[in-house]
Ligand binder design. Structure first.
Ligand SMILES: [Zn+2]
Ligand SMILES: [Zn+2]
Length: 198
C-alpha cells in the first residue's frame, strides 16, 4: 500500500536559535514518516495588526489564518509557524500553540515554553523537549486529531507548563491509529506502549 507524501513548511515567525530549528526539523521528520519537512530560511514576522497592545500578546487566530494563506501561496501541503512570541485565543489567557486544520496550518509560540519565563534557570534540554511536544501536538490537530484524555499522550490538552511536562512526545495507540486513518505514518518510536496510561 502506498501512502501520499505531504510537504510541510516550518516557517520561523521570529529569529530562532539554531537548536530550535534543528530539534523541530529532527522531531517532525523522524515522527511522521511520509511528511517531507522544509524550513524557510527567512523569518516572517506576523503583521503588527495582529498584536493586541492592551494584552501585549498576538491574537493567535489571525496568525494561523495568515499562515494558511501563506501556505497556499507557497504551495505546501502543511505549514507550521514557530516564533519567540506570546499569543492568546478567544477565552484563553494564552496558548502554547494553535492549529487551524481547515487551512492545514498551525503555530507554536515559544515565550511560555522557556523555564526562565517561570523564574527558573534556563534549561535548554527541557525547553527543547517542550518545543517538540508542542509541534507534534499542533500537527496532530492539523491531521484531524482531537484532544486525548491520556495525560501521557502528546495530544492531551495543556493549559499549564506542568501539563506540558507531564505528557510525553508520543502518541497513544488510539491517536496513532487515527493518524494512520488520516494517511500519516508514524514512526514506532513516537507511539506509547499500552502500559503507559495515566
Ligand atoms: Zn490542542
Ligand atoms: Zn492519545
Amino acid at each position: 500500500m502506498s501512502h501520499a507524501r505531504y510537504t510541510l513548511l516550518v516557517q520561523p515567525l521570529t529569529r530562532l536559535d539554531e537548536s530550535v530549528v534543528d530539534v523541530v526539523y529532527a522531531t517532525l521528520s523522524r515522527a511522521f514518516k511520509n511528511v517531507e519537512v522544509y524550513v524557510a530560511a527567512e523569518a516572517r514576522l506576523p503583521p503588527m495588526e495582529f498584536f493586541d497592545w492592551e494584552r501585549l500578546q498576538y491574537r493567535s487566530e489571525y496568525i494561523v489564518e495568515w499562515l494558511a494563506a501563506l501556505r497556499e501561496k507557497l504551495g505546501f501541503d502543511i505549514i507550521l509557524g514557530i516564533g519567540e512570541l506570546d499569543a492568546y485565543a478567544d477565552g484563553l489567557n494564552f496558548v502554547f500553540g494553535e492549529a487551524y486544520p481547515a487551512g492545514r496550518a498551525a503555530a507554536v509560540y515559544l515565550r511560555r515554553l522557556h523555564p526562565s519565563f517561570y523564574g527558573e534557570d534556563e534549561d535548554m534540554g527541557l525547553f527543547l523537549e517542550r518545543v517538540s511536544k508542542e509541534v507534534l501536538h499542533e500537527l496532530g490537530h492539523v491531521f484531524g486529531l482531537p484532544h486525548c484524555s491520556n495525560r501521557l499522550c502528546v495530544m492531551s490538552f495543556s493549559n499549564s507548563i506542568r501539563e506540558v511536562d507531564i505528557k510525553t512526545s508520543k502518541f497513544c495507540k488510539r491517536c496513532a491509529s487515527l493518524l494512520r486513518k488520516a494517511g500519516v505514518i508514524l514512526s514506532p518510536e513516537y507511539i506509547l506502549d499500552d502500559e503507559d496510561i495515566v
